[in-house]
Design a protein around this ligand. Structure first.
Ligand code: ADP
Ligand code: MG
Length: 201
């Protein structure tokens, strides 16, 4: 099995993150965790690439629809539909428009628990209920109600992989193997070395 420090996750700063001039802030949040940036590029994507990205995980349509329905019910509200797939079909239309509206920044971060720790710092999907201190909780104010009223995707600044398996599929979808850089980060020694020696002279 690969060492924990080999785990990778895939992140996109979405068009609103770029337009809100939060690129540096967002990268800084992941960088200061101790994760290592191993790939990064700015690009404009297209609708087919966005649809393929969100449907790499065959369960995404169901899970995302169900998550939306639950969020409405938890707030004592009526969801726009009881059919998760009907909800996700609409979300996907909105996502294609949102994700292609301007440049995005795609990144790969590596380190122990990369997937979980990036999701924690990113915050949950709906900014209205994301934790204070998370990127989605601190820098934006969208809600399911707002986005559904206007039939658009939730604007939550960032995409981050949901599992290590999803991350590996997404990295392949967005990067060529040669775009990933293997290098030694000196700070890694402080995080992972068993014997912290060689510091004192
Ligand atoms: P996450 O990005 O937190 O992993 P999902 O994978 O469930 O969330 O959904 C992907 C993206 O689709 C979200 O980040 C958000 O931009 C958008 N989205 C999800 N659910 C809804 C919804 N009910 N209404 C509008 N947009 C949504
Ligand atoms: Mg997701």
């Amino acid at each position: 099995m690969a060492h924990h420090k080999e785990e990778r996750t895939f992140v996109i700063i979405k068009p609103d993150g770029v337009q809100r001039t939060l690129i540096g802030e967002i990268i800084g949040r992941y960088e200061r965790l101790g994760l290592k940036l191993v790939a990064m590029k700015m690009l404009v994507t297209n609708e087919d690439h966005v649809e393929a990205h969100y449907t790499l995980d065959p369960t995404w349509r169901t899970v995302t629809g169900e998550k939306t329905i639950k969020s409405y019910k938890d707030k004592g509200l009526t969801p726009p539909s009881e059919d998760p797939l009907e909800i996700t079909a609409k979300i996907l239309l909105g996502l294609k428009k949102y994700m292609t509206s301007g440049p995005i920044v795609a990144m790969v971060w590596q380190g122990a628990h990369a997937v979980k720790i990036v999701r924690k710092v990113t915050g949950s999907t709906e900014p209205l209920s994301s934790d204070v201190g998370s990127i989605r909780g601190d820098f934006v104010l969208d809600s399911y109600q707002m986005s559904d009223t206007d039939s658009r995707a939730i604007r939550n600044l960032v995409h981050a992989s949901g599992s290590p398996e999803e991350a590996e599929m997404e990295i392949k979808h967005w990067f060529k193997p040669e775009e990933l850089t293997k290098y030694r980060l000196i700070a890694d020694e402080m995080l992972y070395d068993v014997n912290i020696d060689g510091i004192l002279e």
